[in-house]
Ligand binder design. Sequence first.
Ligand code: COA
Ligand code: AMP
Length: 632
Amino acid sequence: MTGSRYAETYAAWERDPENFWREAARGIDWLREPERIFDPAAGVYGRWFPDALCNTCHNALDRHVANGRGAQVAIQYDSPVTGTKRAFTYAELLREVKALALTLRGFGVAKGDRVVIYMPMVPETAVAMLACARIGAIHSVVFGGFAPRELAARIDDAQPKLILSASCGIEPARRVDYKPLLDKAVELAAHKPDAAIVLQRPQGPCDLTAGFDHDWAALREAALARIDAGEESPCEDVLATDPLYVLYTSGTTGKPKGVVRDNGGHMVSLHWSMEAVFGTKAGETFWAASDVGWVVGHSYIVYGPLLKGCTSILFEGKPVGTPDASTYWRVISENGVKVLFTAPTAIRAIRKEDGEGRLPKRFDLSRFAALYLAGERADPDTIRWAEGALDKPVIDHWWQTETGWPVAANPLGLGLLPVKHGSPGVALPGYRVEILDEGGRPLAPGEMGAIAIRLPLPPGALPTLWNADARFRESYLAALPGYYSTSDGGFLDADGYLYVMGRTDDVINVAGHRLSTGEMEEAVASHPLVAECAVIGMRDPLKGEVPCGFVVLKNGAAPEAVEGEVVAIVRDRIGPVAAFRRVVVVDKLPKTRSGKLLRRTMKALAEGEGFDMPATIEDPAAIDLVRQALAR
Ligand code: COA
Ligand code: AMP
């Protein structure tokens, strides 16, 4: 046996979940302590800490400053793409957040109002999130790699009062001008926000639209002067169950799902996970090399590390090319990072450039304790390479936007369990993970089925979708009564280790970015010469998966012309992040006799894999047509 406290901790949770979370809640400062821990009758499946009052920003900033952490670095911004580094202490960050909170209030933003944040990886993005939290406004951050139409869909669903944006983002090979994208989105959206506050970046300032756009720097200066003159910018009291944010994620259809995160459960679970799962204590440095536009950025760039009193790295760059494959190791050594969290794709990209693993050896990684990977399947080969190159534990773990924090992991803070390559570890306290067949019956160890989580979900996991309880029930709870369906398939082994084999719906993971093939199909089908189409995810050695579109054209259309246009449509509608580059024109799509697309067969064909001819196929000749098209 190992010395891990995992088994006893999980057992303690199983014995008395409410007591477990009551204890964990002691890590948070409450304005009104939770007396009731869980109310099974509230919300869709129950609510955590229903009677408590709190403020997330207070817990992330004010209390640390009050407790003597003011001079510690809260956020270390490291931006190789702009050649900038800048540290914000807890006291400095609090001052910035207070100022922006005053500004937001000045625009009439009040508790419960939504604010959309469409920004690159700059410290102001974290300031914006925390300022919303401070005044009880609900932020919705939209990833910069999404196109205007995606942004517009989120604006229409969230109905924000205000938008916060920046003039540009910096990708290694190009500058992304946000302002035209923002203008287009506002034009497309039916809901019109009152105003936008735009951060002008020196790398690419933009023109501001009079009457709608406001200059971030000018507002900041004015608000800082008021703060420095002693004006208060207080934290608003919110219920633990009030929403902190809405984060949109891809589902099966073209309409993204607005995952709601509440204040209380979110704080308790993230605070607990920072130390128990990631082994990172107050005063230590944590780095999630992701983007604030994704859940990883929300939970482990901004909220988790700050709630715990850690230093968080906010990195604007890529694992390779900014300037090279040693960037991650430089950041770790310069900042004494204890734990790095990234996607396996990043490690595959580094490995491609440094196959022998020589670069990490040039840096002092003595304070580095472990590399955590998530966002997509971590192939054992990549894990082994990283273990060899770093000589540190490399830990796969598994969760989703919906859960907000890890479901399964190997918990460093409780003491690592033996690592099993190919498995993201064991279920964490809060989650009873079961493998079920289609009828909802539990399967034995080793048997593959749907990965389901017994209700209720723990604190921090989504209570519902934004303004869409019915959709929440239908998408996640209806298929397996009593459970939350994760839409991932896999199995548990006899030791309780989970193995995640992939999504069972139309979601694919491209470089750790979650995308919907259904949504891409809607975009492809909008081309006037496309008669029918299917988009599948095919294996990719770098990005894990990339989309591949199969299209049947209307009579007489020339394939060459349409291919490029279809690629352009997907980029234009969804965004560059979709990495949609491959279109295969076929004469016929393989379908079942009842007209269902044979996606798995198309995927096997695209990947060059063998497969059994589906018994239900309508026309076996369609297979040869696809094969021929792929060979062209
Ligand atoms: N704003 C605007 N555009 C963005 C963007 C952003 N925030 N993020 C990505 N894009 C664009 C890229 O510029 C690229 O555009 P292009 O088609 O013009 O080249 C496209 O979206 C795809 O980007 P990306 O997925 O980053 O691929 P890449 O080929 O540029 O880089 C890697 C490959 C492996 C370096 C990159 O995918 C990576 O760093 N992966 C790490 C994964 C990760 O952090 N995932 C987050 C979830 S934990
Ligand atoms: P997201 O909501 O963007 O975090 O994506 C969640 C999805 O990513 C999950 O449902 C899985 O399909 C996939 N995923 C995340 N982590 C892992 C992992 N460690 N192994 C396999 N798949 C993962």
